[in-house]
Ligand binder design. Structure first.
Ligand SMILES: *[C@@H]1O[C@H](CO)[C@@H](O)[C@H](O)[C@H]1NC(C)=O
Ligand SMILES: *[C@@H]1O[C@H](CO)[C@@H](O)[C@H](O)[C@H]1NC(C)=O
Ligand SMILES: *[C@@H]1O[C@H](CO)[C@@H](O)[C@H](O)[C@H]1NC(C)=O
Ligand SMILES: *[C@@H]1O[C@H](CO)[C@@H](O)[C@H](O)[C@H]1NC(C)=O
Ligand SMILES: *[C@@H]1O[C@H](CO)[C@@H](O)[C@H](O)[C@H]1NC(C)=O
Ligand SMILES: *[C@@H]1O[C@H](CO)[C@@H](O)[C@H](O)[C@H]1NC(C)=O
Ligand SMILES: *[C@@H]1O[C@H](CO)[C@@H](O)[C@H](O)[C@H]1NC(C)=O
Ligand SMILES: *[C@@H]1O[C@H](CO)[C@@H](O)[C@H](O)[C@H]1NC(C)=O
Ligand SMILES: *[C@@H]1O[C@H](CO)[C@@H](O)[C@H](O)[C@H]1NC(C)=O
Ligand SMILES: *[C@@H]1O[C@H](CO)[C@@H](O)[C@H](O)[C@H]1NC(C)=O
Ligand SMILES: *[C@@H]1O[C@H](CO)[C@@H](O)[C@H](O)[C@H]1NC(C)=O
Ligand SMILES: *[C@@H]1O[C@H](CO)[C@@H](O)[C@H](O)[C@H]1NC(C)=O
Length: 823
């Protein structure tokens, strides 16, 4: 049986506290032969990092477990990292005790029955002691020698629960042929083994399984430097990862280059693995990396007859006609029990539905699988085939007939139009607005329908009035137009032409009645009230510069918050620089002008507007190009609109890690220098024409910024680092200049970075720049060529987990990579 660890994190924002009663301590890190631990007593590790004792998870104080958590002085939100008796709670912690009996560590419940133990088989049992070490490892050793160098006879690191701490490992044991599992909690209040587990396969790939069987995520195999399907590892300078492979076992372990950063890796109740970092400034765990990227990619996450909605919170919704099997579990973020029918099917019970036959309800735009196909020729035959078989629960017809003969799992909503309709079998009682219900039912339904209609009518009139008011009022907010939602819906043909999915929501193309073309951004996760929203929007609207995308107007109707921008004919820099297969090729002169224009736009934001605006999300996707390839910075000011959730948006959803300055992690306040860092990372991409984080074709990881910096240091031919597609057609002096600026921008210490104003001057040739020192983060990268790895968001694609960088950039890979990586 594996033991446990803890941690709570609800997918989007909410970090739950464990509400432990902070117990009094034994004041020591050691439990020796004649001592016991009970009630609110705890062990505290030597430097006070971790604490061990009884705790009760979540808000229920009914069940107690022995666990290890970060001591309150280090992490103010109680966070359990290991649980001893994860399957067998006790209810009275004062009557229970943890003690050493004959050299074994045992947990006795209220009736003195042994419910958990750690065995040492020691012959000199009296000398065995239990010590809580500063890395969170509970060890049993001989003698009172707490020294970390003493090999333990037993250690909790060998029995991880759901947390993988720095210094511990998740191993594959070659002698026994078994894998250690990192297993999620059952739910937020129950540390018992849940459905999701991470393990290492003999072939050196980590996988996540559902219910110890179905595999739904893999890291890809270890290629000596990274896991093949986690290319973002190549960018790491925060975690020092090593892969160990010897005759007895293989495993992966990690530490932090900066030991003062508190970080942990968990197999979360969401079915995702997550790396989290403690941010003292906001007293929160900050999500650094997670996989699978999308909640809905977790196998059977919503259980039977539950559907996963990517943009909803919680993600799981029961299909119409179904309700959660356990409301309690759903409240604790455990959806695995799924949904049950509100009414039995007629085919399986004679008493319901007045004998009326079962019906099918269409659920449009769904993704599904695991069906059986039936050879019939039409949708009607498909339906009757399903209806005639009582175990058939659903069918879909799309040039072929698919039916499901059991509980339906893995339904997923596809809002982007790639979904297909699926027909779910329901009791006729559960099919909404059934016309054939009789008598009293009709009366009741008819009555309420009338009331609802009247209400809807009133609401509609009210809304129309409001809309008319807002549509009519042009120029209410400075020079901005307040649009009605309806008008934007018409302008964008019901949001049919998607231009992209920026950091804060999707962008659609539209045409106004005056035939001017617009880009409409539908904002997601706006936490602000109406008034604040309008204030922020008018601030953004007041900012105008030739290198900033102009905001023309907005729409704010309840939840619906949209921004209307000028449309940029040439799309984003990303498509031209990094995926230029179908688009126009950017020569060096154009790249240089784009770098300069972007710097001017940012300098204006940072230094010239009334309030300094930090963009916070500089990357090629956010640099738009007009018909003349003049760059315009997009999405500025949105960081403030999204507010507190912003860093989550950045780190969890959008895959822009590769551009994020180190201070985002350390928790110190963000200044304009964070934009300078991102700009610098982007400059390297101007030179190379590919993502910094990209993996080369031969599988060897080369980090372009490092290579470029080392070529600069050596001197010599700078043009060899250039994007090969440019065929060396560029001014060597300009390349050198850009490379030096880039290197200056990505200094670890923000005070060492230039301002955007200085960058503009250098690019204009007004100011000279010497070669800045190569940043530490690049050194770290180089010093650890053998062990590099990294868990961050992929910066190569926001679409998925970026298994392989798109083919668009492949031309450049070979050349760039052959020369790099020396150290
Ligand atoms: C610990 O428990 C004792 C009783 O066993 C109680 O007197 C004391 O107040 C408790 N301490 C805390 C911090 O709860
Ligand atoms: C534990 O108690 C037993 C008997 O009470 C005694 O003989 C032994 O020395 C004690 N061990 C320690 C480590 O104090
Ligand atoms: C515990 O209670 C707090 C406050 O009442 C609530 O916000 C939180 O969601 C609860 N946690 C769980 C796991 O139910
Ligand atoms: C203690 O554990 C034993 C064995 O598991 C069990 O039979 C007993 O009911 C438990 N006592 C209490 C008070 O829960
Ligand atoms: C203790 O002995 C048992 C049975 O002999 C064995 O399975 C177990 O692995 C041993 N434990 C340790 C820590 O050596
Ligand atoms: C205690 O540690 C010292 C060195 O720190 C070592 O020489 C000694 O053997 C250790 N004692 C035991 C019982 O492990
Ligand atoms: C998990 O698998 C076991 C058999 O290994 C099965 O009995 C159980 O029902 C499965 N759990 C779920 C939720 O399907
Ligand atoms: C990284 O980890 C390896 C092995 O765990 C260790 O030898 C090395 O010193 C670490 N590097 C740094 C910079 O901490
Ligand atoms: C493998 O295990 C054997 C027996 O436990 C041990 O003697 C040997 O040192 C181990 N090898 C490595 C590389 O850890
Ligand atoms: C089935 O759907 C799930 C979630 O939608 C997905 O993760 C899985 O890859 C799909 N399986 C197949 C065989 O397509
Ligand atoms: C689930 O939570 C909702 C809202 O907090 C509450 O009304 C409901 O009673 C809860 N259900 C159960 C079964 O705990
Ligand atoms: C439905 O009726 C049939 C025959 O009248 C009977 O055999 C069957 O047991 C009934 N089913 C239920 C669920 O009542």
């Amino acid at each position: 049986m594996k033991k446990i660890t803890t941690f709570y994190f609800i997918f989007y924002v909410i970090f739950l506290s464990l509400y432990l009663n902070i117990p009094s301590t034994l004041g020591a890190d050691t439990l020796s032969a004649n001592q016991s631990l009970s009630g609110n007593q705890t062990l505290v590790s030597k430097d006070g990092n971790f604490e061990l004792g009884f705790f009760s998870p979540g808000n229920s104080s009914k069940n107690y477990y022995i666990g290890v958590w970060y001591s309150y002085n280090k992490v103010s939100l109680q966070t359990v990292v290991w649980v001893a008796n994860r399957e067998t709670p006790i209810s009275d912690r004062y009557a229970s005790e943890l003690k050493l009996v004959d050299g074994n560590l045992v947990l006795l419940n209220e009736s003195q029955a042994q419910i958990w133990y750690a065995s040492t088989n020691s012959t000199t049992s009296n000398s065995v002691v239990a010590i809580l070490r500063d890395d969170g490892n509970l060890v049993l050793t001989h003698g009172s020698n707490g020294s970390d160098s003493v090999d333990p006879i037993w250690q909790s690191f060998d029995y991880p629960t759901h947390t993988w701490l720095p210094g511990s490992k998740i191993a594959y044991n070659k002698r026994s042929g078994t894998s250690q599992l990192l297993t999620s909690w059952k739910n937020l209040e129950d540390p018992a083994a849940g459905l999701f587990s991470l393990e290492l396969r003999p072939n050196s790939e980590y996988i996540i399984r559902w219910n110890r069987s179905r595999e739904y995520w893999t890291s890809g195999t270890w290629n000596g430097q990274i896991f093949s399907l986690v290319p973002e590892m190549s960018l790491n300078y925060i975690y020092n990862f090593s892969y160990i492979n010897n005759a007895n076992e293989s495993y992966f372990t990690y530490s932090l280059y900066n030991p003062s950063i508190i970080s942990r890796f968990v197999m979360d109740v969401s079915g995702q693995i997550k790396q989290l970092t403690w941010l003292e400034s906001s007293s929160q765990w900050n999500l650094f990396w997670s996989q699978p990227r999308e909640q809905c990619e977790v196998y059977a996450y919503c259980g039977a007859f539950g559907a996963c909605y990517p943009n909803s919170l919680p993600s799981c919704i029961c299909l119409t006609g179904f309700e959660p099997k356990s409301g309690h579990d759903w409240n604790l973020s455990d959806y695995s029990s799924g949904c049950v029918r509100k009414n039995h099917l007629q085919c399986e019970s004679n008493s319901t539905a007045n004998g009326e036959k079962d019906k099918f309800l269409i659920n449009p735009d769904m993704g599904f699988n695991d069906s059986q196909s039936v050879a019939v020729g039409s949708a009607a035959e498909c339906e009757s085939n399903c209806l005639n078989n009582c175990s058939c629960t659903a069918y879909a017809y799309d040039s072929g007939c698919s039916i499901w003969n059991e509980a339906l799992v893995n339904l997923q909503q596809h809002a982007d139009g790639s979904g297909k309709p699926i027909y779910i079998r329901l009791s006729s009682l559960d099919v909404p607005s059934g016309k054939n219900n009789k008598g009293i039912v009709i009366g009741a339904v008819g009555g309420s329908v009338a009331v609802v209609l009247v209400l809807l009518g009133l609401i509609f009139v009210a809304i129309r009035r409001q809309q008319r008011r807002s549509v009519g009022t042009k120029a209410v907010e400075g020079s901005l137009v307040a649009f009605g939602y309806k008008d934007l819906q018409i302008a964008t043909k019901s949001f049919s032409e998607k231009l992209g999915g920026g950091g804060f929501g999707s962008v659609f193309k539209g045409t106004l009645p005056d035939s001017s073309v617009i880009a409409v951004k539908k904002l997601e996760s706006i936490s602000q009230g109406e008034k604040q929203f309008r204030t922020e929007v008018s601030t953004i609207g007041a900012i105008q510069h030739v290198n900033l995308v102009r905001l023309r107007g907005f729409c704010s109707e309840g939840d619906k918050k949209l921004l209307v921008y000028d449309y940029m004919q040439n799309g984003s820099l990303e498509s031209h620089l990094l995926h230029q297969i179908d688009s126009k090729f950017l020569d060096w002169k154009t790249r240089y002008q784009i770098a300069l224009g972007t710097a001017r736009g940012l300098a204006y934001l940072h230094e010239k507007c009334r309030d300094c605006i930090i963009h916070c999300d500089i990357k090629p996707e956010n640099i738009l190009l007009d018909a003349e390839f003049c760059p315009k910075v997009a999405d500025f000011g949105l960081a403030k609109l999204v507010g507190r959730e912003f860093s989550r948006v950045l780190t969890t959803m959008r895959g822009t890690r590769g551009y994020l300055a180190p201070e985002w992690l350390s928790g110190i306040p963000i200044t304009a220098k964070a934009d300078v860092y991102s700009y610098g990372m982007m400059l390297f991409e101007f030179i190379s024409g590919r993502r910094n984080s990209e993996q080369s074709e031969d599988g060897k990881v080369k980090f372009f910024p490092h290579w470029a910096a080392s070529v600069m240091v050596e001197g010599g031919d700078v043009l060899r680092i250039l994007d090969p597609r440019l065929e060396r057609i560029a001014e060597a002096e300009e390349v050198t200049r850009i490379c030096r600026i880039a290197c200056w921008c990505i200094q670890d210490d923000e005070n060492q970075r230039p301002s955007m104003g200085q960058i503009v001057q250098i690019l204009e040739g007004v100011l000279e720049v010497n070669l800045p020192p190569v940043p530490r983060s690049l050194h770290v990268f180089v010093d650890n060529q053998e062990h590099i790895v990294f868990f961050t968001e992929s910066s190569s694609s926001q679409s998925s987990r970026a298994s392989h960088p798109s083919g668009a950039t492949s031309q450049s890979k070979g050349t760039v990579s052959t020369e790099s990586s020396k150290a």
